[in-house]
Design a binder for this molecule. Structure first.
Ligand SMILES: Nc1ncnc2c1ncn2[C@@H]1O[C@H](COP(=O)(O)OP(=O)(O)OP(=O)(O)O)[C@@H](O)[C@H]1O
Ligand SMILES: [Mg+2]
Ligand SMILES: [Zn+2]
Length: 716
């Protein structure tokens, strides 16, 4: 094997060029130096240790807390022809021994290991006997006690350096803030390590934050209109809401599963596995889900509740679009979110210093929600990363937000809070402002107040928006000891006194999005040419079959981006195929011929144009010719088997297929059915019911139709 990083990138991974600073990082490790890498989620951190591990003599040891994902990571590497294995608590004793033996024999390029294993005496003794290329500490922020992912075992990792001082180490994380970074350096003894900071922009993610009204309905509209049949993640704050939302989505015909820490561990692992294996599955989860998951084709990340910080928002949204294709980060946000999170913070038993930091973080998140300029600029700015121009790919760029002079409205709201003794919540205050004489209001004589009915010029929705912005900006606080009563803060005085103008965001009234875009059911992708849709589906079907046969997720065979490249280039031989991104030597060897055959079939079909067949029929027939049986086509296309038989019957009638290929029955039985059809009286020639009944339902209508179609072809 070659020893140049770029060659390995091409031959093993099938990629043309390094991303960002990958090359520099790889060179640093090859030279035997330590590195600390901060790169966004999906930025490509793994290659930074995988390639040096392949080049340096010995095995690369990767420490990761994500035990549930090790199998998948190893599977993906094996597909590339990289000799990888893992050691963690999910293995039996026998399996562990086998891996240890492979290590001792020098048969591995990469070993993934759980931190608690690493610090055991047994592992220590094992490591003394083998050649180690490097140590990679993935998700390094787990060493930080500030973050929510803290793992006590990570604190032991400093021992590595003491024990193996000559072996280079690389720590990697997507967590950006300074505090965490300093803590990683300190606790892992990486003060001397070279620091690699990447930009945080993920240009293919489109950020959108909408005003919350009925968030479930808004969510389903969003999914149906823009992501029907796509894989996605929906984040909720509580376990209860996760369960309820997943169930509700299912009831609306969306393939959704819940995931949270309160579920049985086995079921949780099952749902995660399904999410990786299947296309078009939506996972509804608490933040417990997602770290380190390398599913490249997550097309949307939706938030039904506000994340606690910009860091969390960035990480969670970053799980979309890892393949570089467009993805959506969508969130519904309202006043209640602010109230809930502030309350959770207040009630938490963290110490004051910690709480103060959390409050600041929440405020930054609120500021992002209330942004009237480019969201991406604001987001990157938070991480100290400057973007010169507005991005053109976020909601505020695409539909510029108007601001309005909300000074007067704010004064009305503030004085209404004041006149009702700061004892009421938003709903009540809005009723007073809009002059609604409810029983409660009349009883408290608030219909006699000077502020009663002074806000009829603004509708209820917009009053919610005003109050939300007042709270988000700290002009009004929420008193949780008084059931969420709104109270004035010092900061609001200049506005009440008319010394300060207040510009507010004009929230867009969400228009109902257009429903159901055309195209295949399995993907929201649209293609200019119908033929391309057919080929796209056939390529996906082929991928799914290969993946199922090996029990790996489809994207481990090829990413969507690679299938897209096939669709565009329509390669006709291995050499052309090898030029596409994502196809290294091993995958070329394993899969090129199968995919070339699919492409050839479709190019052929498009040339001759099957006579008189509609697209949907042509697709079934094409799949059939590629070796799928009726059941598989039905599954793949999400259609009934009888429908597929119907499609095939048409081609049989035109003599494009051979009956014995379609109907898997012995010759003799087919003869019997034919005879039964022929012996029908003239006026019943087209009825299949008598035949069906004659055989007591033994043969489905689909089969009977095909036999009849073939007969019709024979008799002209
Ligand atoms: N140079 C490259 N060219 C093309 N694709 C790449 C390149 N480097 C990495 N990728 C792809 O980008 C995807 C994300 O990479 P990776 O899993 O390493 O992300 P990560 O930085 O570890 O993210 P996370 O923080 O979520 O773990 C992978 O599917 C990988 O194959
Ligand atoms: Mg990673
Ligand atoms: Zn923008």
């Amino acid at each position: 094997m070659t020893n140049k990083p770029i060659e390995i990138l091409k031959t093993v991974f099938g990629y043309d060029k390094f991303r960002g600073r990958q090359q520099e990082i790889i060179d640093t490790l090859i030279a035997g130096q330590d590195a600390m890498v901060l790169m966004p989620t999906g930025g490509g951190k793994s290659l930074c240790y995988q390639i040096p591990a392949l080049i340096r003599p010995g095995v690369g040891i990767v420490i990761s807390p994500l035990i549930a994902l090790m199998q998948d990571q190893v599977n993906a590497l094996l597909q590339l022809g990289v000799k990888a294995a893992f050691l963690n608590s999910t293995l039996s004793l026998e399996q562990s021994r086998k891996t240890e033996q492979q290590l001792l024999n020098g048969e591995l390029d990469l070993l993934y290991i759980a931190p608690e294993r690493l610090t055991s005496d047994r592992t220590g003794a094992l490591f003394e006997r083998i050649k180690i290329a490097l140590f990679a500490i993935d998700e390094a922020h787990c060493v930080s006690q500030w973050g929510h992912d803290f793992r006590a075992d990570y604190l032991q990792l400093s021992l590595l350096h003491e024990r193996f001082p000559d072996i280079p180490r690389i720590a990697l994380t997507a967590t950006a803030d300074n505090k965490t970074r300093e803590e990683i350096k300190l606790r892992l003894g990486l003060e001397q390590a070279k620091l690699f900071l990447s930009g945080f922009d993920r240009p293919n993610i489109r950020y959108r934050i909408v005003q919350k009204q009925n968030s479930r309905e808004q969510l389903i509209d969003f999914i149906r209109a823009e992501h029907a049949g796509d894989s996605g993640i929906v984040y909720c704050l509580s376990r209860k809401k996760v369960d309820a939302t997943a169930e509700w989505l299912r009831s609306k015909g969306i393939n959704a599963l819940p995931y949270h820490a309160g579920m049985d561990a086995g079921l949780r692992a099952k749902h995660q596995h399904q999410f990786l294996m299947e296309d078009g599955l939506v996972i509804v989860a608490t933040i417990a889900f997602g770290m380190g998951i390398d599913k490249p084709n997550v097309r949307f990340v939706a938030h039904l509740d506000l994340p606690k910080s910009v860091e969390a928002y960035y990480q969670e949204t970053g799980r979309g679009g890892r393949d570089g294709l467009p993805a959506d980060a969508w969130m519904a946000y309202g006043l209640q979110d602010v109230i809930t999170l502030r309350k959770m913070l207040q009630d938490s038993n963290a110490d004051e210093a910690h709480k103060r930091i959390e409050y600041h973080k929440l405020d930054a998140m609120l500021a992002l929600c209330e942004q009237v300029h480019c969201r991406r600029q604001a987001l990157l700015d938070y991480f100290g990363d400057r973007l010169e121009q507005p991005c053109g790919n976020c909601d505020t760029c695409l539909e510029p937000v108007n601001t309005w002079d909300g000074t007067l409205a704010a004064q009305k709201a503030l004085s209404c809070i004041h006149r009702t003794q700061q004892r009421y919540g938003v709903g009540y205050l809005i009723d007073v402002l809009r002059g609604k004489a409810t029983e409660r209001i009349v009883k408290s004589a608030h219909d006699k107040l000077s502020t009663f009915g002074i806000g009829t010029d603004i509708d209820e929705q917009q009053w919610h928006s005003v109050f939300r912005q007042l709270v988000a900006r700290g002009l009004v606080s929420v008193n949780f000891d008084q059931f969420g009563a709104l109270q004035l803060t010092e900061a609001c005085r200049p506005i009440l006194r008319g010394e300060r103008q207040l510009m507010l965001r004009k929230d867009l009234q969400p228009a109902k999005p257009e429903r159901g875009r055309s195209g295949s059911r399995n993907t929201s992708r649209e293609f200019a040419k119908a033929g391309d849709t057919l080929l796209w589906n056939a390529l996906r079907a082929k991928r799914k079959m290969l993946a199922d046969a090996q029990d790996v997720p489809p994207y481990v065979i090829f990413h969507d981006a690679t299938l897209m490249a096939m669709l565009e280039a329509k390669p006709t031989n291995r050499r052309e195929m090898s030029l596409l991104s994502g196809i290294g030597e091993r995958k070329l060897e394993l899969y090129a011929d199968e995919f070339l055959a699919v492409i050839a079939e479709f190019v052929d079909m498009n040339k001759n144009g099957p006579i008189g067949l509609s697209d949907t029929m042509a697709e079934s027939v094409a799949l059939f010719r590629l070796g799928y049986n009726v059941k598989q086509i039905a599954q793949q296309r999400e259609l009934q088997e009888t429908t597929i038989y119907g499609h095939l019957a048409q081609s049989l009638e035109q003599g494009m297929l051979v009956l014995t290929d379609v109907v898997e029955l012995p010759e003799q039985e087919i003869r019997c059915i034919e005879e039964a059809i022929i012996s029908l009286p003239e006026e019943q020639r087209n009825a299949l019911k008598p035949v069906y009944e004659l055989f007591g339902g033994q043969y489905s209508y689909g089969i009977l139709r095909c036999v009849r179609a073939a007969l019709q072809h024979q008799t002209g």
